[in-house]
Design a protein around this ligand. Structure first.
Ligand SMILES: O=C(O)[C@H]1CSC(c2nc3ccc(N4CCCCCC4)cc3s2)=N1
Length: 436
C-alpha cells in the first residue's frame, strides 16, 4: 500500500442500499408525514412546496411519464432557471430510472442544439422563460417528441404545462401509497447527464449513475463531511441547479428534510433579507459572490444569529477572501469543497471542526487521492506540488458517446486525472494552486 495514496475515512453511516430514486422516495415519503414540513420556498415569490406536495407531484409525474412511455431506456432534459418545480421531473425520472440531462438555461439556440445532441432527450421540461428558445430548438431536432412547461398554470404556445400533463396521463384513482420506484442496477443506470467543458473544446455529456448519487447522499448525511440531519433546517441556495455543485447539494438536501430556499438570480438585499427572514443555518456561495460579500458593508445591516455555515464551491476560494467573509458574517471560517462535474460532487471537503485556512479540505469517504508528477507520473508526497488524481465511487460512468475523451481523463486503473495542480500538507489537507 503506497503511503502517498490518501484514503478517505470510513463513512459515518454505511452506504445505503437501493437506487438513488428509491433512497429519495423513502426520505421524501418520511418527511411528508411531518405536518407542514416545507421542502422548497421561493425567495422571490415566497411560495412553498411541502414534502407532502413534493411526494404527490413526483409520484404522479412518474406515473404519468410511465403511461406516456418513458422507461429505464429513456432520456429527458430540463432546461430552466432555478425554480420550485425544477426537481419534480428530476426526482420523477430517478424513480423510473430514466436519465435526465440538466441543460444550462443560459445557452443560446446553437449551444442548446450541441448539448441536446449529446443526450438526445425525447421530452424537455422548460420554464416560461426558456419556452420560446426550447420550441425553436424542438423544430430542428426530430428526437424531441414533447415539451412540458414547469412553472405555468396553463398551456402556452401549443405546449402543455406540468399540471395538465399529469392530469391527462395519471389515473384519476392513482394513490401514492400504490407507487413504487423501479428497481434496476444502480452501478450502471445513468441518473443524470451534466455538461462539462472538460479540459478542452465543446461541452461533453457527463453520465452520472445512481451509485454516484447514493455515495453523494452518504456524504450529505455524514456529520463530518455534510450536515447534521434535522428536518426543517433552512438552507439558502442561488447555485444553478444544472451545475454539479447546485444539483447534488440540492438533491442531498431533500434526503435530509431541509427547507431549501431557492433563488434564480443573485440580488444582494434579497439574499441577506432571506437569510434573516427564514433563519437560514447554511448557505452556498461561489467565489465571485464571496468576493462581493467580503467588500460589502450591507451585511452589517442584518441580524443573522442562525447562520452557522457559509459553504464555498465550484471554483477555488482564496484564503484572504474566505477569511474576510468569515469575519464579515462573524463565523469561525468558511467551509470549502472541491469537485469536478466528472466526480459528481465534492471529493475534497472541509471536515466539520477541522478548518485549515486556504485548504479546500480532505478526501471524502469512498475515495482515494494522489498527487503525481506530470512528467514522470511518480506519486508525490506531502507538500510536493503535482496533478491531483482521484479514484472512487462518484467517478462518472463516462462522457456520452465519447470513449476517446473518457479514456483521456480516466486511466486504465480507474484514476481520474483532474487537470488541477495542488498538494496536500502533513495533515492530509489539500490545497489547489493552479490549473494544468
Ligand atoms: O467545480 C466544479 O466543477 C463543481 C463540480 S461539483 C462541485 C462541488 N460540489 C460541492 C458540493 C458541496 C460542497 N460543499 C462545500 C462545503 C462543505 C459542506 C458541503 C458543501 C462544495 C462543492 S464544490 N464543483
Amino acid at each position: 500500500m503506497n503511503k502517498n495514496i490518501l484514503y478517505g475515512p470510513p463513512p459515518f453511516y454505511p452506504l445505503e442500499d437501493g437506487t438513488g430514486g428509491e433512497q429519495l422516495y423513502k426520505c421524501i415519503a418520511n418527511y411528508s408525514q411531518i405536518p407542514g414540513c416545507i421542502a422548497l420556498t421561493s425567495a422571490h415569490t415566497k411560495e412553498n412546496i411541502l414534502y407532502k406536495d413534493l411526494l404527490q407531484l413526483t409520484c404522479r409525474l412518474a406515473e404519468s411519464l410511465k403511461k406516456y412511455g418513458i422507461t429505464t431506456n429513456s432520456t429527458m432534459a430540463v432546461c430552466s432557471e432555478n425554480n420550485l418545480q425544477y426537481f419534480i421531473p428530476v426526482i420523477a425520472a430517478l424513480y423510473i430510472g430514466a436519465a435526465t440531462a440538466a441543460v444550462n438555461n443560459k445557452y443560446n439556440e446553437r449551444e442548446l442544439i450541441n448539448c441536446l445532441n449529446l443526450s438526445k432527450p425525447s421530452i424537455i421540461f422548460c420554464s416560461k422563460e426558456t419556452l420560446s428558445k426550447v420550441c425553436q430548438v424542438k423544430d430542428k431536432l426530430n428526437y424531441i417528441k414533447k415539451i412540458i412547461i414547469l412553472d405555468s398554470k396553463d398551456d402556452r404556445a401549443s405546449t402543455q404545462c406540468l399540471e395538465n400533463f399529469i392530469f391527462q396521463n395519471c389515473d384519476k384513482d392513482f394513490n401514492v401509497s400504490q407507487f413504487k420506484p423501479n428497481v434496476f442496477n444502480r452501478d450502471e443506470q445513468v441518473a443524470l447527464i451534466l455538461n462539462s467543458s472538460g479540459s478542452t473544446g465543446l461541452p461533453k455529456g457527463v453520465m452520472l449513475t445512481h451509485k454516484n448519487l447514493a455515495v453523494r447522499f452518504s456524504h450529505c448525511k455524514d456529520p463530518v463531511f455534510g450536515n447534521q440531519i434535522s428536518p426543517g433546517t433552512a438552507i439558502l441556495t442561488v447555485i444553478p441547479f444544472h451545475h454539479g455543485f447546485g444539483m447534488f447539494t440540492t438533491l442531498g438536501y431533500f434526503t435530509c428534510g431541509f427547507q431549501i430556499v431557492v433563488m434564480h438570480t443573485f440580488e444582494k438585499q434579497l439574499f441577506l433579507q432571506s437569510l434573516q427572514d427564514y433563519k437560514v443555518e447554511s448557505t452556498l456561495l461561489v467565489p465571485t459572490l464571496m468576493t462581493f460579500f467580503a467588500k460589502s458593508s450591507l451585511v452589517d445591516k442584518y441580524h443573522l444569529p442562525n447562520l452557522q455555515e457559509i459553504a464555498s464551491g465550484g471554483a477555488p476560494l482564496s484564503k484572504e477572501i474566505g477569511e474576510a467573509v468569515a469575519r464579515r458574517f462573524k463565523l469561525k471560517s468558511i467551509r470549502q469543497g472541491y469537485g469536478l462535474t466528472e466526480t459528481t460532487s465534492a471529493i475534497l471537503l472541509t471536515p466539520e471542526g477541522e478548518i485549515v485556512p486556504g485548504s479546500t479540505g480532505k478526501v471524502v469517504p469512498f475515495f482515494a487521492a494522489k498527487v503525481i508528477d506530470t512528467t514522470t507520473g511518480k506519486i508525490l508526497g506531502p507538500n510536493e506540488v503535482g496533478e491531483l488524481c482521484f479514484k472512487g465511487d462518484m467517478i462518472m460512468k463516462g462522457y456520452c458517446n465519447d470513449i476517446k475523451a473518457t479514456n483521456a481523463i480516466i486511466d486504465k486503473e480507474g484514476w481520474l486525472h483532474s487537470g488541477d495542480v495542488g498538494y496536500y500538507n502533513e495533515n492530509e489537507h489539500f490545497f489547489i494552486v493552479d490549473r494544468l
